[in-house]
Ligand binder design. Sequence first.
Ligand code: GUN
Length: 345
Amino acid sequence: MTGARARPGKRSSAAGTQGHTRMLEFPFTPHLMPATILDGNKIAAEIRAEAATAVKAMSARGLRPGLAVVLAGNNPASEVYVRGKVKASEETGIYSEKHTPSADTTTEELLALVADLNRRDEIDGILVQLPLPSQVDSKKVLLAVDPAKDVDGFHPMNVGFLSTQRPGLVPCTPAGIMEMLQRSGIKVAGQEAVVIGRSDIVGKPMAMLLLNANATITVCHSKTRDLPEVCRRADILVAAIGRAGMVTRDFVRAGATVIDVGMNRITDQAEFKHLFPNNPKREETFRTKGSLLVGDVHPEVAEIAGAITPVPGGVGPLTIAVLMSNTVKAAKMRRGSRVPELMRA
Ligand code: GUN
């Protein structure tokens, strides 16, 4: 076993969670208490309930928020995600519509669609599901979305607002993770945060949000030297790599908070056995479905982390919940000023 290194006298980063305070022993003492499980479903339900309340108030004043989702082509994972987003909109009371250009669509067709959605007053949020088909110039399409309707927070103007700490729309997954940390009482200011992955969708905005919340940030990627050692610095470790079970216990300092953004579908029996050698419940699921959804974090990490997000049921539900609150925010910012009391709702 590779030792999880506890720093002498250093407290768990999850110390704020439900009185979960542990002094760690030194050196190389395995963390024997199971990690606090950060329940993404519960926090997502809270965020969605708050969004639904706001939608109700706005709808009563004739300003029902509207979301347009663009799903080009037939990527199976994107189809699942988009179905979840449309369903959540219905449940929140948000008007939603889905546009499904075919897999051979062009940049010009998508630009025309986005221009139409930009023009329509009843559409407050535009989400272009990624990845787009390879012949499409994705950056050009994302740049065409009105920044005021950019509920994904991908437009360079919103990226700039985030990095200069101005009000704007923030990418859903990292914003959901910040909500989870805050609502779980996990301290961020002054903590060491390590983000693995530097994507525009998760890694970079995650690092910026943590920095804005006064954490000390390290962003790791495929060229990072001695990744496990760098990750062991973390009080808060965010894994957004897209490789099943890559973050093993030697990446994690005992007591750290571990956020698993990975959603990897495994179908290989040997890979399953490596990740879950003694887990009859998961084995049953794997056998019945022929696949299993697993995160970037190896299950063994739960033995030493202070707090950890499960997969499924961790970060995933938060992404959709924040899409709902971003749509409400976009509607309030763009149309709410016509009914000033709604700005406070
Ligand atoms: N593809 C994977 N994640 C996302 C996301 O958060 N938004 C969009 N638009 N596409 C994605």
